[in-house]
Design a protein around this ligand. Structure first.
Ligand SMILES: [Zn+2]
Length: 598
C-alpha cells in the first residue's frame, strides 16, 4: 500500500513539475557543452598558440652528394667550413636596430636587416656569412657575448678536384638568392634561406639528387628568449652520389693540350661512339668554382677571354671544312657526283662576278683527293651540282641546327641556313654564292663543339646518332639503391648506302694518312678525320679538327676547336692526337719500349 501511495505521490510531483525538470535538463546540457568546448577544443587552440611562441627550428644542412668520374676519382667533394648564424628568436623582442647594425658591420651580406626580420617572423635561424676565413671566424666569435643569438657553426663546403679544369663540366654551387626565394616558381618551393643551389654543369642539372634534405633541431625557447630544451631532432639526409662518364685523365690531357696552343682558347669534346657517353668535355679558359662568392671571383668578370663562357656547350662556330663530310655524303647519296669524277682546281672558281678561293692549286682532283687536301674548288663545283636544299637536309640529318639533348642545361642549337631562313631573316633571296660557302662550312652555318663531336660520331657509326650523356648513374648513399641510370638513346639519322659510307671512311682516313690531318697518324690504330679552318671576323681563323678511331671498330670520336688557332692541321690536330694517345695508352707503350732498351 505504501508503495502504491508513494508512487502516486511521485506521479503527482512529476506531473506538477514537468516544466521545471525539463528546464534543469536543458541548463545542464548547456553547461556541459560549454565545459567541453573550454576544456577540449580551447586547450588544443591555446597549446598551438603557445607552441608558436616558443618553438623554433635550428637548421642543419646535409652533405651534398659527391660526383665521381669513370675511374672513381671524386671530382666534387665536401670539406669542413665554418659559417656564422644568427638566431633572431633568441632575443626577447624583434632584434633591435642596434643589433642589426652591429651584425651588418661584420657581415658581407648587404640586405641583412631583411634576412633577420624574415628569420624572426618565421622562427628560423639565419645564415649571415658562409665559408669563414680564420680571421672572420675570430671576428664573429668575439662578438658572441655582445650579440646573443650569434653563433659560429660547422658546415660543409664544396671542394673540387681539378677545379678550374672541370668547372664548365661540373658547375658550381652558391646560396639561393632572395629573388629565387621570393618567386612562386615551383622549382624553388622547398628551398630555405641559406640553402645551396647547383649552378651550371652537373651541379645544376642534377641538383635535386645532389642536394639532400635539411635537418635540424626543434628548440623550445622560454619567454625570456633562452633556449630551454631540444624537443625534436631530424637528421639531415645527405645528397645522392653522381657517377659520370668523364675520364678525368683525358680531361687533364685535353686541357693541357689546349693551353699549349697559340691562343689557349677553345673546346674539346670526346664521345664514346658506342653509347654516346661523354669521355672528355673541356672549355678553355675556365674559372675556379671555389672562388664563387668570394672577392677573387671578380677577376673573371672583366677578363675579355670570357672564362665563364662554356664554349663546348654554347660556343657557336662555323664548322669550316669539317662540313665537307656532310657535303660529300649528301652529294654522293643524291647522285650529284661519283667517287671517280673529278673537277679542276686552279686556285679559285668564278661564279657570276664573284671569285671563290681555294687554299692551294690542286689541279685535277677527285672526291678522295679533295677531302684529303681540303680542296675548296672541288666542293664549290659539288655545291653547284647539289644545290642548297640537299646540303641543308644532310646538315640536319647529322644533327646540326638542333640540340643534342645532352644532360646539361642551356645547350645551344646552332644554325642551318637555307632559302627560307634567309628570306625570313633578311628578306633577301638565297644566292648561288651562299650554296658555295655552305658546302665548305662557311657563311651562316653555325654549330657547337658538342654538335661537331656528335656529327663525326654519326659518321663513324654510319648514320646512327647516340644522344650524348654525362651522368651514368646516381646512387642513394644509405641504401645503395640506384635512383637514376642513363639510357642509351640511339637513332638512325643519316640513311645512306654502305658503299657511300665506305667512300666517306676512305676519304677521312686518307686525310690522316696523306693529308691535312697527318699529325694524327697513329700507325696501327687507324684514325679517320677532317680538319677545318673556320673564318671569323675577329682575327685569325679558328682551327677545327674532328676525328674517330679505330676506323675498323670506332670507339672514340673527338671534336676540337682552337679559337684563332689558324689552320686546323697545325693547331687542332695535335690537341686531338694527345687525347687519342692517352685514350689508347700509346705513350705508355712507347715508354715501356724505351725502358726495355735501357
Ligand atoms: Zn683546290
Amino acid at each position: 500500500m505504501w508503495q502504491q501511495e508513494s508512487k502516486s505521490v511521485y506521479d503527482n510531483f512529476v506531473l506538477r513539475n514537468k516544466t521545471l525538470i525539463l528546464f534543469f535538463v536543458f541548463v545542464f546540457f548547456l553547461l556541459a557543452t560549454r565545459l567541453f568546448q573550454l576544456q577540449i577544443i580551447s586547450a588544443k587552440y591555446y597549446a598551438l598558440v603557445s607552441e608558436k611562441q616558443c618553438l623554433h627550428i635550428v637548421l642543419e644542412r646535409p652533405q651534398r652528394g659527391k660526383i665521381y668520374d669513370v675511374n672513381g676519382d671524386i671530382l666534387a667533394n665536401n670539406e669542413i667550413s665554418f659559417a656564422a648564424y644568427f638566431y633572431p628568436f633568441f632575443q626577447r623582442n624583434a632584434p633591435s636596430q642596434e643589433t642589426i647594425n652591429k651584425l651588418q658591420k661584420i657581415s658581407r651580406k648587404k640586405n641583412l636587416e631583411e634576412i633577420i626580420q624574415r628569420g624572426y617572423k618565421i622562427g628560423k635561424s639565419v645564415k649571415i656569412a658562409g665559408n669563414l676565413s680564420f680571421e672572420e671566424m675570430l671576428r664573429y666569435s668575439e662578438q658572441k657575448v655582445a650579440l646573443p643569438g650569434l653563433s659560429v657553426v660547422k658546415e660543409s663546403r664544396r671542394k673540387y678536384l681539378s677545379a678550374t679544369q672541370n668547372a664548365h663540366l661540373i658547375g658550381y654551387v652558391n646560396e639561393i638568392s632572395k629573388e629565387e626565394l621570393d618567386t612562386t616558381a615551383e622549382e624553388y618551393a622547398d628551398y630555405q634561406p641559406g640553402d645551396l643551389v647547383g649552378r651550371t654543369g652537373i651541379e645544376q642539372s642534377f641538383d635535386s639528387y645532389l642536394r639532400g634534405n635539411n635537418g635540424g633541431w626543434q628548440v623550445e625557447v622560454n619567454a625570456q628568449g633562452k633556449q630551454t630544451r631540444v624537443l625534436n631532432r631530424i637528421d639531415p639526409v645527405a645528397g645522392s652520389d653522381v657517377y659520370i662518364t668523364i675520364d678525368n685523365k683525358l680531361q687533364e690531357v685535353a686541357t693541357q693540350a689546349i693551353a699549349q696552343t697559340v691562343s689557349g682558347r677553345g673546346a674539346l669534346v670526346a664521345l664514346d661512339t658506342k653509347t654516346g657517353a661523354v669521355k672528355a668535355f673541356v672549355s678553355a679558359p675556365s674559372f675556379n668554382p671555389e672562388y664563387v662568392g668570394t672577392p677573387k671571383f671578380s677577376i673573371y668578370l672583366t677578363d675579355d677571354t670570357s672564362p665563364l663562357f662554356n664554349r663546348a656547350l654554347k660556343g657557336l662556330y662555323p664548322p669550316g671544312s669539317a662540313f665537307k663530310i656532310i657535303s660529300l655524303l649528301g652529294a654522293l647519296e643524291n647522285g650529284n657526283i661519283s667517287v671517280e669524277g673529278t673537277f679542276f682546281c686552279n686556285g679559285s672558281l668564278k661564279v657570276g662576278d664573284k671569285i671563290f678561293h681555294c687554299e692551294g692549286k690542286h689541279g685535277e682532283i677527285s672526291a678522295i683527293g679533295a677531302m684529303t687536301h681540303s680542296c675548296n674548288v672541288y666542293f664549290y663545283n659539288l655545291a653547284l651540282k647539289t644545290g642548297s636544299a640537299v646540303l641543308e637536309k644532310y646538315a640536319r640529318y647529322f644533327g646540326f641546327g638542333e640540340k643534342t639533348g645532352i644532360d646539361l642545361y642551356d645547350e645551344k642549337s646552332g644554325l642551318v641556313p637555307g632559302r627560307e631562313w634567309k628570306f625570313n631573316k633578311f628578306k633577301e633571296r638565297w644566292q648561288t654564292g651562299d650554296t658555295l660557302n655552305m658546302a665548305i662550312g662557311q657563311g651562316q652555318v653555325l654549330c657547337t663543339p658538342l654538335q661537331l663531336a656528335q656529327m663525326i660520331s654519326c659518321a663513324a657509326n654510319k648514320g646512327y646518332i647516340y644522344r650524348p650523356y654525362i651522368v651514368q648513374s646516381i646512387k642513394n648513399k644509405q641504401s645503395n639503391e640506384v635512383l637514376y641510370s642513363a639510357t642509351i638513346d640511339k637513332r638512325l639519322s643519316v640513311k645512306a648506302s654502305e658503299k657511300n659510307w665506305q667512300i666517306l671512311n676512305k676519304a677521312l682516313e686518307s686525310v690522316i694518312r696523306n693529308g691535312t690531318g697527318k699529325g694524327c697518324y697513329l700507325g696501327s690504330i687507324r684514325v679517320a678525320g677532317k680538319t677545318g679552318t673556320s673564318q671569323t671576323s675577329h682575327g685569325t681563323a679558328h682551327a677545327i679538327f674532328v676525328c674517330f678511331a679505330p676506323v675498323d671498330d670506332p670507339q672514340i670520336a673527338i671534336a676540337v676547336i682552337v679559337e684563332n688557332g689558324g689552320s686546323g692541321g697545325t693547331a687542332a690536330v695535335p690537341v686531338a692526337r694527345k687525347v687519342l694517345e692517352e685514350y689508347f695508352k700509346i705513350v705508355e707503350v712507347k715508354k715501356e719500349k724505351d725502358d726495355k732498351k735501357q
